[in-house]
Design a protein. Structure first.
Length: 134
């Protein structure tokens, strides 16, 4: 228990960032998906790429907001965000589609990406160039 709630540098787990970013990521991606449906932009690769871009953007922001430099410190949040998405999908999609939405491989690719993308967030920060020694 204690290992999960304490980062490798000893700081505490940020429950607010887990829940707020989890809901925010879900809401932004769901809004983008609804906009595509509203404007009948659901066929082909373009809407999938648009949703992928939205997911990458928001999940990267969430990962960076943690200000952790190691993926191992981000992993519990990313796992939580993925579980929040699965839970919210179950609440929002199951009444309409039943459990059949879980048979869609694209849904599972999205869940995996939601876990993996934040882990890469430390690599998106600009680092100062090392001084040149001449």
């Amino acid at each position: 228990g204690r290992m999960f709630f304490t980062r490798s540098d000893g700081s505490r787990f940020q429950w607010d960032k887990l829940f707020l970013w989890g809901v925010c990521i879900y809401a932004v991606v769901a809004l983008a998906r609804q906009l595509l449906v509203l404007y009948e932009l659901t066929d082909g690769i373009a809407p999938r790429l648009a949703l992928l871009f939205v997911l990458v953007f928001v999940a990267t922001l969430a990962g960076r907001s943690l200000r952790h430099s190691r993926a191992v410190d981000i992993a519990p949040y990313a796992l939580g965000w993925m579980l929040i998405a699965i839970g919210l999908d179950s609440l929002m999609l199951a009444p309409v589609y039943g459990r059949s939405f879980l048979g869609n491989p694209e849904i599972w690719v999205g869940y995996v990406l939601l876990f993996v993308i934040p882990l890469l967030a430390p690599h998106t920060r600009s680092r100062p160039e090392p001084p040149e020694i001449t």
